[in-house]
Design a protein around this ligand. Sequence first.
Ligand code: GLU
Length: 318
Amino acid sequence: MTHDVISGGQSIHAPDNLKKLLQSILQQALTVNDGKVADYIPALAEVKSDYCALTVATLDGKVTSVGDASTPFSIQSISKIFGLMLAMERMGDSLWERVQMEPSGQPFNSIVQLEWERGIPRNPMINAGAILVSDVLVSHYSASKSAVLSMVRGLCNRDTVGVDSRVHESEKDHGARNAALAYLMKSFGNIESDVEEVLDHYFWQCALTMSTEDLARSFAFLANRGKCPRSGKQITSHRDAQRINALLSTSGMYDQSGQFAFTVGLPAKSGVGGGIVAIVPDYGVIAAWSPPLNSFGNSARGMAMIRNLANQLGLSVY
Ligand code: GLU
């Protein structure tokens, strides 16, 4: 794959050119007005709808951003990738006996499929799958939250990454559906630890706050065969990085993953806080943030920005 789009005789990847391109893409995205900020908990409903950020981190270490790219926000389901990395490391191939790797074709918090399939979630990117992963972490780490937090801080090289405790608490207060998923899995024998402890880990993880710059830096290893380009550390094996990217391609964008693959063609994960990260193998990471969501739960402006950038730079992996 080549990413050498030439503009006016100069590579678009020259820092000034890339910044100008990101600026024009962000301006265009601001004309998209069809989303609605997540309102299932008050702490998310209060977030200003006009925040907008776009960051590109390339494997040579350059980070180019426009908009509110250093403002931390609730990363929500994007955190499912962090949990999955640790669970894959701990469990190896046996993880895939407890969670599948198939797209669900259902909304992210659907319950019906989980009963038909006897408590084995379709994939780790839907809520049931991420709760199962949280069970693995709670069961296999003496301090599962610290394990996630120190990994995340190391990946984005920022020691102050934290959790919004208000979001964490309201997730718990409004978590009946996630609790139903967890207890259903427990009834099938697919949750080992105490359900309340598992849910607490899951809600805590969803409440991590990071900026688009943090996110773009953190996931660079997925574009770099598992190795962090900044520290040179092998974060996951190349094979596990490929597997995570495959899951993101098939299941990372909720029930709009097929359309995202068709129109953008990149492994990606979104969260109901309005963030999206997209991995461009051997090039870098794109991270976008804008709180209003489309009907699938994906950031409307974030989708527009990533689609526009990927199309202009010819980044599709297909
Ligand atoms: N905390 C949210 C939930 O479990 C995460 C949703 C998401 O970002 O997909 O409902």
